[in-house]
Design a protein around this ligand. Structure first.
Ligand code: SG4
Ligand code: ZN
Length: 262
């Protein structure tokens, strides 16, 4: 009998439940978001209002390929953007963004070619501390759809030139650069789904307030083709969908009207 085993380091190659490291069926991510069952938490929305974005216009980042994703991290000791409001209590400081192809979340069963994750940490906490608190992290997810023509180059324009140098795992961050992160935002950043879940990579800690944007970005087919060439230990780098078993909320701005069923 020929038996399969796991590699020492986790990967996307064989399975993405990562048993023994990640929990299953609790508050895990990603999930399929069913838009018809997403509800507005009107009380919360009223208290905290829309999402507030500060300082995303010029952000100093450095790029790397960590063997699982392409990642752009905020350079320490440079000003970091801050998100607040919406479902968040207090401020969350931007740490890094990275890419998944295909998308990790599905919306009404539909997966997108790309999902951008903007990882934020509760302001004032260290990463180590944040990973121990249910409200430690906030991750904004933006879907990317492939389109030829129009200005589909625009969103990823600033981050594509470094990708040829990131085809294989890099030992360190390269190419410090100031970018305008608002170009990576959804066309409607106040229209989103939100729920409490986990990191989508080991150890899958259940410490994430997920904010998944409803409206996708357009990216070009040549940009997407280049991403598919990147070596992240497999052709794709997404975790399989996890059980929902929890309430998913939607933002007030994602509704044309709000009703209270009687
Ligand atoms: C990626 O592998 C990032 O490189 C990790 O960042 C990140 O972990 C991980 O994904 C999980 O993030 O938004 N997909 S996710 O749930 O942000 C963290 C680092 O290793 C803690 C810094
Ligand atoms: Zn991610």
């Amino acid at each position: 009998l020929i038996c399969l085993t796991y590699q020492a380091e986790w990967s996307y190659k064989y399975e993405t439940q990562w048993p023994g490291v990640c929990r299953a069926g609790e508050l895990q991510s990603p999930i399929n978001i069913m838009t018809r069952s997403a509800v507005v938490d009107y009380h919360e929305a009223h208290i905290r209002g829309p999402l507030g974005f500060r300082g995303y216009g010029d952000v100093k980042v450095a790029a790397s390929n960590n063997g699982h994703t392409l990642k752009w991290s905020n350079i320490p000791d440079t000003p970091a953007p801050i998100v607040s409001g919406g479902p968040l209590r207090g401020n969350y400081t931007f740490l890094q963004f990275h890419l998944h192809w295909l998308s990790e979340h599905a919306i009404d069963g539909m997966k997108y070619p790309l999902e951008i994750h903007m990882v934020h940490i509760k302001t004032g906490l260290s990463v180590e501390e944040a990973l121990k608190r249910p409200d430690g992290l906030a991750v904004m997810g933006v879907m990317g759809m492939v389109h030829s023509g129009g200005n589909s180059e625009y969103a990823l324009d600033q981050i594509m030139p470094v990708i040829p140098d990131l085809m294989d795992r890099t030992e360190k961050d390269i190419e410090e650069k100031t970018i305008d992160m608002t170009r990576l935002f959804s066309p409607d950043p106040q229209s989103y789904y939100t729920y409490h879940g986990s990191l989508t990579t080991p150890n899958c800690q259940e410490v994430v307030t997920w904010i998944v944007m409803d409206k996708p970005l357009m990216i070009s087919d040549s940009q997407y083709k280049m991403l598919l060439e990147v070596n992240v230990g497999a052709r794709n780098n997404y975790r399989s969908l996890q059980a929902t078993n929890r309430v998913v909320y939607r933002s007030v701005a994602s509704c044309s009207a709000i009703i209270m069923p009687s």
